[in-house]
Design a protein around this ligand. Structure first.
Ligand code: GLO
Ligand code: MG
Length: 347
């Protein structure tokens, strides 16, 4: 927000998968599945405005189009009845047997065709549910061993997939969600920079942007706020997946600000200072509850993350901008750092 302008009223979103049963690669579910309608009802209670969807969070992929139309209408009614809207639809291209070795970059021509068709079907679902936003988290578009695929050809195949989506619907916008690893050893579009590079090669760069997940930047050894600033400069930051991550290990999706408060503060700072949210972008979360959490508490991590965003926002708004400029111009970074640490510790 520019100084003196009206403060941004942020809108918040998360995906229903953020309310989970707590299963992990080493153990089965530990909480009962919360009924879908109850998940949707929890949004407003928690102060959220929008729902992030996978295509099959709305309707199963194997339904016929007429069946899907009915299913989509009923989910649309459900969310609109709660005063919510759909932020995006993401084709879930990582669970089907045909995407075991990746979708768009699979070595199998028929599997590549399946992935493309499924992405197009997701665009159709998005249109019906009322959003233009297609998120591409390219989970399995990478390799376990470098020799398994032709990495150069893979980039061309990814570009073709982006173009196919853009061609399928002239209104559709793609938000690429970069992640360097997991489930693959190495992803072909591992960082925000890679995503944005490819965006400019598509048939319509104005319709290709990114959603940045804090943990994904950290896993790439990058600072999420600098990644956000980079995308903001390109006018390509169209959503975020805020969370936190304790170093270079599996993707943890921890509560926003729970590991590194200052790193979280810097993300809120860059979003706020750049006017993020003023064009309708949502502050999205992508967070997992701890496995030890009981079902009655299975939305606390979401409430806590939103609360942390708002607390940090208050702190950002309280920092004396003129003083920051003065300290920057005098290169008094020790003083600037202490000013920020004082603000963060309630001084
Ligand atoms: C996994 C991703 C995943 C996506 C979601 C939307 O690491 O963060 O949760 O955000 O599937 O595409
Ligand atoms: Mg995510």
């Amino acid at each position: 927000m520019a100084q003196g302008a009206t403060p941004t009223v942020y809108r918040f979103s998360f995906g229903p998968w953020n309310i989970s049963t707590g299963s992990d690669p080493f153990g089965p579910p530990v909480r009962k599945e919360v009924e879908y309608a109850e998940k949707i009802r929890s949004y407003k209670k928690l102060g959220f405005d929008a729902v992030q969807f996978h295509d099959d969070d709305i309707v199963p992929d194997d339904w016929s189009w007429p069946e899907k139309l009915k299913g989509i209408a009923s989910v649309k009614n459900m969310i609109e009845g709660e005063g919510l809207f759909a932020e995006f639809v993401a084709p879930r291209l990582w669970e089907d047997a045909r995407t075991i070795d990746g979708g768009f970059t699979s070595n199998s021509e028929s599997d590549r065709k399946y992935a493309l068709d499924r992405a197009r079907r997701s665009v159709d679902i998005a249109r019906e549910i009322g959003t233009k936003n297609i998120v591409l988290w390219l989970a399995r578009e990478g390799s376990y061993i470098r020799e398994a695929k032709d990495a150069k050809a893979a980039i061309g195949r990814l570009l073709d997939a982006f173009n196919a989506i853009l061609e399928h619907d002239p209104e559709a916008r793609i938000l690429g969600e970069a992640k360097p690893n997991e489930p693959m050893d190495q992803a072909y579009l591992p960082t925000v920079g890679h995503m944005i590079g490819l965006a400019y090669k598509t048939i319509d760069p104005s319709r290709v942007g990114v959603v940045i997940e804090s943990a994904h930047s950290i896993l790439a050894g990058l600072d999420p706020s600098d990644d956000m600033a980079y995308a903001l400069w390109h006018d390509k930051l169209w959503s975020v997946h805020l969370n936190d991550q304790n170093g270079l290990k599996y993707d943890q999706d921890k509560t926003f600000g729970s590991v590194d408060l200052r790193r979280a503060f810097d993300q809120v700072w860059v979003l706020e200072k750049s006017g993020f949210g003023t064009k309708g972008e949502c502050v999205g979360l992508d967070i997992k509850a701890m496995r030890t959490t009981v079902v009655e508490d299975s939305t606390l991590h979401l409430a806590n993350s939103k609360a942390m965003f708002l607390r940090l926002l208050d702190i950002v708004r309280g920092v004396d901008e003129a003083k920051v400029q003065e300290l920057r111009s005098k290169r008094q970074y020790e003083q600037l750092e202490m000013m920020i640490l004082t603000a963060l510790t309630g001084g």
